[in-house]
Each structure stands twice: as C-alpha cells, then as structure tokens.
Design a protein around this ligand. Structure first.
Ligand code: ADP
Ligand code: ZN
Length: 221
C-alpha cells in the first residue's frame, strides 16, 4: 500500500485501455492534471495532422475514416518521435496506444509501461454512447444527444456551426472498431494482468466516480 507521494516517485508510465466511448480521453486528461504528466492520445494526434493537412494527416485519414487502424509503421514512428520529447521525460499517459501486439512490442522495447488502466464497458453501451455522439466540425466540441446535448438542436453552443456525426462514429465504423478492440487490443491486457500491472475499472458509472476508483487503485499499487 502506498499513497500519493510514493505513487509519484514510483509509477510514471501509464496507458489507458478501453473501447471507444469508455471515457478514456476524459480520464486521461484528469489523471494528467493530477499527476502533472503529459498525455499522448494517438487519435487526437492524427486528427490534428488531418486538420493541418500534412502528408501524415492525409495518409492517416484514409484509414481513420473507415474505422481501420493506421498502419503500425506510421503509428510507431509517431510514438517514437513524440515520446522522445523532453516533456515526456517524467513519464506519460498514453490514450489509444498500444492497440495491438506489434505496437506493444515496440513500446516495451523503447519506453516500457508501469501501469495499465482498463476501462470496461460492454458493447451495447459502446454503441449507445457513440451512436449519440455529435461533433462540431469547426471547433471540435463534442456533444451527446442524451448525456450532454447542445442547447439548440444540431448547433454548436460554442461557435454556432452545424454539428455532424464523425465519419468513424457511423454504425459500420463503430462495429469495425469494436471488433478490432476485442481481437487485437484486448490480448495486450492478458500480458499485463500476468505481470500484475493491470487495473480493471467498471466504466459504466459517472465520470467522477470512475475517476475516484482509478485514483484509489493507482495509489494502492
Ligand atoms: P477511438 O478510441 O474512438 O477509436 P481515437 O481517437 O483513439 O478514437 O482513434 C481514432 C482513430 O485513430 C482510430 O480509429 C484509428 O484509426 C486511429 N488510431 C488511433 N490510435 C491508433 C493506434 N495506436 N494505432 C493505429 N491507429 C490508431
Ligand atoms: Zn463549435
């Protein structure tokens, strides 16, 4: 058993796992703030590159739109370049990486991981959460028809643009991403469970509740 300070001294390389819609991104940001670590979210990284119109963005876009993984050679290169930066020296929180065994090998060879947090929700819930998601194509704000609706139907509260369904939030893409998660990403968890580095959390409750549970478990490790 150890508290906050022991935790800070010992564990610094964290990865969050969970299917789309498990609240991974939100939790990553909250943990980053608490432990003063930087988050690297590969999905966000690719979306930024797409917005910039860079070559990398153009390449990644073709895969992302279809709900496919960006090829490992590209993604691993991004991880290598990003995590090599000074701001990640004290550690990092990964959101969305590694996603298959090949990426896992690459990460272990180059950087390693101390703790893996798995946010668990079932497929039905994922489909419900993602199906209701609406995104602002202009400013990036995210809404949910049930949990966090915009004030005016279909309009962004912040900038007034028309909201859209992200192409990878369409039903076919959701199903494909879920399949990839079960087939390719979940096997990674077995490895870490054996090494006793895995924390499994029920991600159904409210954000704050899930966050408290993660913190509690992390500081017990
Ligand atoms: P979600 O968790 O909802 O899939 P992300 O923002 O994590 O959303 O990722 C969006 C897309 O970016 C993925 O569907 C995939 O195409 C691409 N991507 C993100 N991370 C990786 C990764 N580690 N390897 C390959 N592709 C990735
Ligand atoms: Zn907006």
């Amino acid at each position: 058993m150890c508290g906050f300070y022991e935790f800070m001294r010992g564990i610094k390389k964290i990865a969050l796992f969970g299917p789309q819609g498990s609240g991974k991104g939100t939790q990553a940001e909250m943990l980053a703030k608490k432990y003063k670590l930087n988050v690297l979210a590969t999905g966000d990284f690719f979306r930024k590159e797409i917005k910039k119109g860079s070559d990398l963005g153009k390449l990644a876009k073709k895969f992302i739109e279809k709900g496919k993984l960006v090829p490992d050679v590209i993604t691993n290169r991004v991880i290598f370049d990003e995590l090599g930066q000074k701001k990640y020296l004290a550690g990092f929180i990964l959101d969305g990486y590694p996603r298959n065994l090949n990426q896992l090998d690459f990460l272990e060879k180059n950087f390693g991981l101390d703790i893996i947090v798995q946010l668990h929700i079932d497929d039905k819930m994922v489909i419900k959460r993602l199906g209701g998601r609406r995104t602002c194509p202009n400013c990036g704000a995210i809404y949910h028809l049930e949990n966090n609706p915009p004030k005016k139907d279909g309009i962004c509260d912040i900038c007034g643009a028309d909201l859209v369904v992200r192409s990878d939030d369409r039903p076919e893409a959701i199903m494909r991403r879920l399949w990839i998660y079960h087939e390719q990403t979940e096997p990674i968890l077995n490895k870490y469970a054996k090494e006793k580095k895995l924390i499994k959390i029920d991600a159904k409750p409210h954000i704050e509740k899930v966050y408290e549970k993660i913190i509690g478990q992390l500081e017990k490790k």
